[in-house]
Design a binder for this molecule. Sequence first.
Ligand code: NAI
Ligand code: MG
Length: 395
Amino acid sequence: MAKRTVVTMPGDGIGNQVLPEALRVLKAVGFEADYVHADIGWECWSKEGNALPERTIDLLAKHKLGLFGAITSKPNREAQAELRPELRGRGHVYYSPIVTMRQRFDLDICMRPCVGFKGNPLNYIRKNRGGGFEEPAIDTTVFRQNTEGMYAGIEWTNPPENVRAALASHPKFKAFAQVPGPDLAVSVRVITRNAARRIVAAAFRYAQKRGFPGVTICEKPNVLRETSGLMEETAKEVAKENPGIALWSTNIDAQLMWLNKNPEEYNVIVASNLFGDILSDAFAGLVGGLGFAASGNIGEEVAVFEPTHGSAPKYAALNPPIVNPIAMILSAAMMLDHVGEAAKAERIRKAIAAVVGEGKVRTYDMLRLAGGPKAISQGAASTQQMTDAILEKLR
Ligand code: NAI
Ligand code: MG
């Protein structure tokens, strides 16, 4: 097979610390690739008025495979204030480069595995009937629709007249008809049948591949009758085409309540954008949190893999870096799965499992220490030491 080129986008803050660690691991498992750096994030915004420059889009369009660290984003006022003076007042608007990237390349399938590693002191435990504790093995992957729903980006404060008129054509809008424009904010939740089908079908394919008995659709169709209703209807259609796999249905609120009851019973959950975002963070919290939460944004042509965490600016300047590289390394392993290098991906996960299980090398988050310069002297491993330990297991 031709050698692949991976577009590496470290971004801001700790993105620059964790991405190089993932590259060390990819090299160690013998993944043959060229890497090309691409700019993204706050610095691009401040200097160029665009957090996702065209040259980065071009590289992704060309090579179709990306590894992304994290970016910093700030509220509008700060965004304007931090623009280079000559760019101010020239109509530059800050858009999240991640959201833009997802929409631009239609990276509509977001896959977020939340899989516990045995021996992780951050794993969820539960009281059992005998008064003791048990630690169920959690192996949940959330399939989150990545481009539509509440994050479609169609929203207004003080909606224009024609939008107000359209809203007023709905009987339920009567209750808001007298609200002055500046006091009225509206966000539109959009679900399309095609995108719903693609995300549900991805969840079923994954359940099939892993041999899981069912897929859970987590929505709220009793209230959001139209949008969640379409998700559910589509899920039922896809389920019919996959007779070997059951379809279960939960409501987002109840599902979060059950998180503490039987999380191990949910292996594959599919949801629209906002609900999937919430669910994946909630499940990630049961298996170690941000230091362990990986994700893939997968479209028909382009795919970008990234840890769920942000740029953690308060740790970005620490030397040595202290943040946990595992989320980034697991994201790189997901990339390997995606390009048909499952055996290498599995080797990486096994090496991480061995390090976590052994418990000798732990970053500050795994020790529940306050993050900061003191963490290392309190016994935490640095970012590099964690990677070194993983590399050691790969030898
Ligand atoms: P964050 O994820 O950057 O950090 C939250 C806290 O989680 C950190 O203070 C740290 O205690 C912990 N943490 C994060 N990553 C960790 C790691 N690898 N190892 C150990 N601990 C880790 O979220 P926050 O503080 O809300 O946002 C900081 C910036 O990142 C903001 O500008 C925000 O907009 C941006 N952000 C970017 C994301 C992305 O690039 N995908 C996602 C979330 C936030
Ligand atoms: Mg999130």
